[in-house]
Design a protein around this ligand. Structure first.
Ligand SMILES: Cc1cc2nc3c(=O)[nH]c(=O)nc-3n(C[C@H](O)[C@H](O)[C@H](O)COP(=O)(O)O)c2cc1C
Length: 246
């Protein structure tokens, strides 16, 4: 029952209290998350857990990169190219989280973003405010701790699957500790600031980040986009499809 409760109460938290997470709580949480299954039990993930000064320094560098990139994106093409080559603007992450969504999925992505802006009272044409909200990703939404998640590259997508299961376990265990989380692909755009500070084995590549801390009372933390109907994700037997089209 507690698990179902955690499942129902977990949502992405994008506003945190400035209260540190006691180290005992953090170790208990990680230990619980390690109960997650993984292919052949290899647990092919590594975590860079940043709090305090390290967290602040990484956030400052990521925000600086974000500010530079967003001002360059508004420049005419020749200047854009010049700054792209000479400045620390281009993504240096291991994977590209800025994938182009296929048409079939794009509408849901759009609705998810617009729902978030609406909750925050941001007009869809207010690009400056949208930009500020995007920047909040790199401030970790004010969370005292951020976890950068690395996966073994040689296992391909199966290490990402293992890491996903680990992360869901972490996020549910966090609810039980009164903590909130937000998994962020945005935190994989630039990898340099974390790689500079942590000893990361060469085969381990940055998949995403997770902001974690105590949720503040804020409308943004009430936002949760609607889920699909079960029938939407469940594939029909070929026979059923044939009968329906006959
Ligand atoms: C792999 C992954 C990447 C995500 N990246 C971001 C991100 O960069 N920024 C953000 O604000 N939310 C991010 N999210 C949160 C999703 O938007 C969120 O999980 C989804 O809209 C469902 O809402 P809920 O988590 O509140 O249930 C990400 C979630 C996942 C699982």
């Amino acid at each position: 029952m507690e698990l179902i409760n955690a499942l129902n109460h977990r949502r992405s938290i994008r506003h945190y209290h400035n209260i540190p997470i006691p180290s005992g709580v953090m170790s208990r949480l990680l230990k619980q998350a390690l109960k997650a299954p993984s292919s052949s039990n290899v647990q092919p993930y590594r975590l860079a857990v940043a709090s305090g000064d390290v967290r602040r320094a990484i956030s400052d560098e990521l925000c600086e990169r974000y500010d530079r990139a967003s001002s360059v994106s508004r420049m005419p093409l020749p200047l854009k190219l010049w700054h792209g080559v000479t400045g620390k603007v281009l993504p240096d992450g291991d994977y590209n989280p800025n994938v182009k969504y296929p048409k079939e999925l794009h509408q849901r992505k759009f609705e998810c973003g617009m729902g978030l802006y609406e909750t925050l009272g941001i007009d869809r044409e207010d690009y400056a405010a949208r930009d500020r909200q995007m920047r909040r990703n790199f401030e970790f939404f004010g969370a005292p701790t951020v976890i950068f998640v690395y996966v073994h590259d040689k296992l391909g997508r199966y290490s990402a699957l293992d890491a996903g299961i680990f992360l869901q376990s972490l996020m549910l265990a966090a609810v039980d500790e009164g903590l909130g989380t937000c998994t962020q692909a945005a935190l994989a755009i630039w990898g340099g600031p974390v790689r500079e500070r942590f000893e990361i084995e060469a085969d381990y590549k940055l998949l995403c980040g997770v902001s974690i801390g105590y949720p503040a009372a804020h409308p943004v933390n009430e936002y949760q986009p609607a889920r699909r109907d079960v029938a939407d994700i469940q594939l029909r037997l070929r026979d059923q499809a044939n009968r329906a089209s006959a």
